[in-house]
Design a protein around this ligand. Sequence first.
Ligand SMILES: [Cu+2]
Length: 116
Amino acid sequence: MKTIKTAFVAVIMILIATTVNAQTAKPTEVKIKTSAVCGMCKKTIEKALSKEAGIQKSTLDVTTKVVTVVYDPKVTSPEKIRTAISKAGYDADAIKADPKAYKNLDECCKKEDAKG
Ligand SMILES: [Cu+2]
């Protein structure tokens, strides 16, 4: 009987620990390399990310082409964020830009290496 009680207490402790952990899930930051080339790209990407669930903040540095995204790890993930960037028409790390979205980009926003 004592063993059962101990086991029960242990389970409760684990449950409490898990709950506390979930409540204090801190916003996580991820840096993603994009194919942005100008200020318009910055606006396009930041706007696209602002519509994504779980993304609290995104700041793109046009010089480095790196977008810094603050997100809720319980709601979204770096994979989902990269997909959202791809769907906006830009490369995101190893994920290539969605061809359809890329085609709709303004001429000045297309990758420099793609210019004729
Ligand atoms: Cu641009």
